[in-house]
Design a binder for this molecule. Structure first.
Ligand code: ADP
Length: 493
């Protein structure tokens, strides 16, 4: 035995009470033995000391060994108890085993058997303690895991999710009940493709695997998780953190560089070209050509000014510094007005027909008229810009039970479904190489969405690639008499 074991021997036979310890000391090194000759004292000691084993005679005056056994089981259910029975007392021995005794030894005592049985009992207790310590340590770790911000997920060898900490639930929005006990492939779309991409190490920390960012689709949201795994028995424990924001910033930076550098370079090149041509002394330019070159400079400068204005406005919106002048606005007349303005602006696009559809009626919303006009102009401009083969552009105002919907419909190039959410992002343009030759800052829809949001409305789109797009602006309706109430409280009028 490696550690000192402490046992208690209980017997009213003084001779045995002296002989047994001697026998054991000879056979079990380093054992510490307490003795006592009655049940009451034995139980007192058991209550005080967590013995590795107890040996008790089954027949004692007052309380017998079986009763002592019962009380020990209550006090210390883990302590193995050996009973000494008289010769041939098989029934008592069986009762003792039924009552939870670890073993019994019959008189006359076979000393070697007795020592061996007791040694096994002590070993059993030692292992029991170890298991208990490990269980407590595991519980402690599990409690620690409950409090870490990072997500922790255990997938066993059969692909079942066995652990899902609150961090994982908070990051993904998936409750433990939706995940635990289910196959990872059922819970996470494309898990079979993603799992091989996740670095898995033998151990955590510096010697382990370096986390990698992977996209995970949860509830139609794309989450980017920086994730790595550690082998655990026949499964893998994965730890992850949410890097969606960092990822979005990276994408924003890329979109910004791609769009803005292109959008600045194109007008600057045109201005530079026109100015250089005007400066050349070897060319005799007539008045008309000079006029055209100056017009190029003026138009491109205006384009640059618009981009600078868009960037400034987007920035003001992002930092929530834009003040709106909200008033009662009738949408029919406003939309009709915008349609007329746009017809004039695109007079050179004979292939495009811009139309107002729907009622002119008195559908009223609480909005900043100029900003709403800006949104509609942007939508109609886009409808024309992204209809290279011409077609109809319709602006429709429709009154719904509790809102007013403005739809701007075109028959242009359309937007693939994968891109439909992204077009509202800052600086995002569908065609990264801008090969369709249509200019833009990629800020128009971002600005429109933010403006509509601030007017308590919503902007959305329905589109099919090659078949045109419809952008919807939904604004809460207000009763004429209740024009000053908050729009959230508005009722259909
Ligand atoms: P910009 O038009 O300046 O590029 P927007 O934010 O207005 O920026 O639009 C973002 C992107 O969405 C455009 O680059 C274009 O790819 C796409 N888009 C917007 N409106 C339409 C439309 N009506 N039809 C097809 N694509 C569109």
């Amino acid at each position: 035995m490696s550690e000192t074991a402490r046992i208690l021997i209980v017997d009213d036979d003084q001779a045995l009470l002296e002989a047994l310890p001697q026998t054991l000391r000879l056979r079990l090194a380093g054992i510490q033995i307490d003795t006592c000759d009655n049940a009451a004292e034995a139980l007192e000691r058991v209550a005080q000391v967590d013995y590795d084993a107890v040996v008790t005679d089954i027949k004692m005056p007052g309380k017998d060994g079986l009763a002592v056994l019962r009380e020990i089981k209550e006090l210390r259910p883990e302590t193995p108890t050996l009973l000494i029975t008289g010769h041939g007392e098989h029934d008592l021995a069986v009762q003792a085993l039924r009552g939870g005794a670890y073993d019994f030894v019959q008189k006359p005592i076979d000393r070697d058997y007795f020592a061996a049985s007791l040694e096994r009992a002590i070993e059993l207790r030692r292992l029991g303690r170890q298991v208990e310590e490990q269980r407590l340590a595991l519980e402690r770790h599990a409690r620690v895991l409950e409090h870490v911000d990072n997500g922790v997920l255990l997938v066993d060898g059969t692909g079942i999710v066995c652990h899902w900490n609150p961090g994982a639930a908070a990051i993904t929005g998936l409750a433990p009940a939706d995940v635990l006990g289910r196959a990872a492939v059922e819970v996470f779309p494309r898990w079979n493709e993603l799992e091989p991409l996740i670095p898995v190490g033998e151990r955590p920390g510096p010697g382990g695997a370096t986390a990698r960012a992977i996209p995970l689709e949860v509830d139609n949201r794309e989450l980017w998780l920086s994730i790595s795994g550690v082998l655990f028995g026949d499964g893998v424990v994965y730890a992850f953190r949410d890097v969606t924001q960092e990822r979005t910033l990276d994408e924003l930076k890329d979109d910004f560089v791609a769009t803005v550098s292109h959008e600045l370079r194109t007008p600057l090149a045109a201005i530079y070209g026109a100015a250089e041509t005007l400066r050349r002394e070897d060319l005799a330019l007539d008045g008309a050509v000079k006029g055209k070159l100056l017009a190029i400079i003026s138009v491109e400068c205006e384009r640059l000014t618009r981009i600078a204005g868009d960037i400034l406005l987007a920035n003001t919106l992002s930092s929530n510094r834009l003040k709106l002048d909200e008033r009662h606005v009738e949408l029919g007349p406003l939309a009709r007005d915008v349609v007329e303005e746009m017809r004039a602006a695109f007079a050179d696009r004979a292939d495009i027909e811009i139309e107002f559809v729907g009622e002119d009626g008195s559908a009223s919303v609480l909005a900043d008229e100029n900003r709403l006009r800006q949104v509609l102009i942007n939508l109609v401009e886009n409808a024309v810009k992204y209809s290279p083969n011409g077609g109809h552009v319709e602006v429709e105002v429709e009154q719904l039970p509790s809102s007013v919907r403005i739809a701007v419909r075109d028959q242009g190039i359309g937007i693939r479904s994968a891109e439909q959410q992204r077009v509202f992002g800052k600086f995002y343009r569908v065609d990264p190489h801008l090969s369709r030759g249509v200019g833009g800052s990629g800020l128009g829809l971002y600005i429109s969405r933010e403006l509509v949001r601030r007017m308590h409305g919503r902007i959305s789109l329905a589109s099919r690639e090659g078949a045109g797009s419809t952008f919807y602006v939904d604004l809460p309706l207000v009763r004429v008499a209740a024009a000053t109430t908050r729009p959230e409280q508005a009722v259909a009028g």
